[in-house]
Design a protein around this ligand. Structure first.
Ligand code: HEC
Ligand code: HEC
Ligand code: HEC
Ligand code: HEC
Length: 332
């Protein structure tokens, strides 16, 4: 449970909103401060005759704040009504583990090995479309790809050898497994430059990136002999799905489908002071959140500002360079 999430929630005053987030971020009964009381389950009115509001909620006697703070932790995926569930034992490692696991045995479920297991939180239902596509569509992107046909599940890439790594766009090594960069130099003369960067999604089993929150900025520019950027030489292009902060508009969607490519072309006149040409790809894993936090800090709203400020800082620290190449331009 990160500051960015907690800073937006006020479960005592707006339990409905919190519950809509807990659905994925903290779904266990014990993780919610309040729950719907017996009366709240009834008709549209509560006892005093007013419309059902937050008053249908009562304090949750089984609330466990430590468990809440642990977010998507072991019991969220492995515990149901006091029983431990897990994937079938691996061949060979069998009965030994089962006898000693300290949970009085556990219930084996094939479901743990299926992509559908992840879909519960990484796929939105229809009805929340923006430009014809739901906001998080990872499972369906995977389903339509050759990874699904070849049974390369989410777990194969995100939980290799059953390790609970869950690495994604925040991890430079994982991201570099997703995309391959190919630099094609068409022409570099005394006065002109034309290069292309072809970025192919060779390793993500869904769009690169799959969510609307990250942004990858491709940038070409020239440096002078002192290493200063020549301002009017900068050309940029974006890979991502840019949506408005109120989630109502899609500005562009240039994400790369599995095995698809994105082409960036840099064509320019060589500036008289140009010494080097740089081409790079920078990843902003939390671009959407960064802009969202900045805007709600300005608004003076009901959010917890201290937590949001902390979250804002984290979104600035997560930026990294995924690809960078330098070409010497010194005239002979
Ligand atoms: C359908 C499941 C789902 C629901 C519902 C959901 N989230 Fe998330 N959320 C995710 C996933 C998956 C990520 C990680 C991917 C990403 O960074 O976008 C995430 C990331 C985040 C992050 C950035 C990472 C972090 O932990 O700081 C914030 C903040 C956040 N969610 C807030 C919310 C809020 C507020 C709500 C309720 C209005 C909500 N989420 C509802 C699945 C969900
Ligand atoms: C987001 C859901 C999720 C969370 C959280 C989670 N697991 Fe798992 N766990 C899985 C899935 C899915 C598998 C099966 C992976 C596979 O078969 O490739 C698994 C497999 C396992 C296995 C079997 C490993 C093996 O080698 O056979 C154990 C043990 C386990 N988890 C324990 C834990 C513990 C302990 C935690 C908390 C620290 C935890 N899990 C958190 C989803 C989760
Ligand atoms: C109970 C809901 C839930 C389930 C089930 C679940 N996830 Fe997640 N997942 C989340 C949330 C919420 C986040 C983001 C916040 C966090 O890190 O706690 C997340 C984050 C991730 C990330 C990191 C995203 C990033 O931006 O770096 C990856 C990768 C991921 N999940 C993959 C999986 C895979 C693969 C499975 C199935 C084995 C799975 N998840 C099952 C809720 C879930
Ligand atoms: C062939 C390997 C592969 C498969 C299969 C795969 N992923 Fe990924 N996934 C990646 C790579 C590589 C990244 C990092 C680059 C990126 O973000 O696209 C990633 C990133 C992510 C992220 C980070 C969020 C983001 O915006 O990029 C989430 C969440 C995620 N995957 C969930 C899933 C789920 C759920 C499935 C199954 C429906 C799945 N992945 C299948 C390789 C895979």
């Amino acid at each position: 449970m990160s500051p960015g999430l907690m800073g937006q929630l006020n479960p005592d005053h707006n339990p409905e909103f919190a519950a809509s987030c807990y659905f994925c971020h903290a779904p266990l009964t014990e993780q919610a401060e309040v729950k719907i009381g017996a009366r709240g389950k009834g008709q549209g009115m509560n006892q005093s005759g007013s419309h059902q509001g937050s008053s249908k909620y009562i304090k949750n006697p089984s609330f466990d704040s430590k468990l809440k703070l642990s977010g998507v932790s072991c019991p969220v995926c492995h515990l149901r009504e006091g029983k431990v569930y897990g994937p079938p034992l691996r061949q060979g490692q069998g009965s030994r583990v089962k006898g000693q696991d300290g949970h009085n045995g556990f219930v084996e479920k094939d479901f743990f090995e299926k992509a559908e297991f992840c879909a519960a939180c990484h796929q939105m239902d229809e009805g929340y479309e923006l430009n014809g596509k739901v906001l998080t569509n990872t499972y369906k992107e995977w389903k339509a790809s050759e990874y699904s046909r070849n049974n390369i599940t989410c777990q194969k890439c995100h939980m290799p050898d059953r390790q609970h790594l869950f690495r994604g766009i925040h991890d430079p090594e994982m991201a570099s497994k997703g995309a391959t960069f190919e630099l094609i130099i068409d022409k570099i003369s005394n006065d002109k430059i034309k290069v292309r960067l072809k970025i192919t999604n060779t390793g993500a089993g869904h769009y690169f990136p799959t969510y609307a929150t990250p942004l990858i900025v491709i940038r070409g520019f020239m440096l002078d002999s002192k290493g200063k950027t020549i301002k009017d030489s900068i050309k940029e292009s974006y890979i991502g799905r840019k949506i408005s902060l109120n989630l109502e508009q899609e500005h562009f969607d240039t994400r790369i489908p599995p095995k698809g490519s994105f082409n960036f072309e840099y064509k320019n006149i060589l500036h008289k002071d140009a010494d080097r040409f740089i081409i790079e790809a920078k990843v902003y894993p939390d671009k959407f959140y960064n802009e969202f936090y900045k805007s709600i800090l300005k608004e003076g709203s009901a959010y917890n500002k201290e937590l949001i400020k902390e979250a804002l800082k984290a979104t600035e620290k997560s930026v990294y360079t995924l690809y960078k190449k330098k070409i010497d331009l010194k005239k002979k």
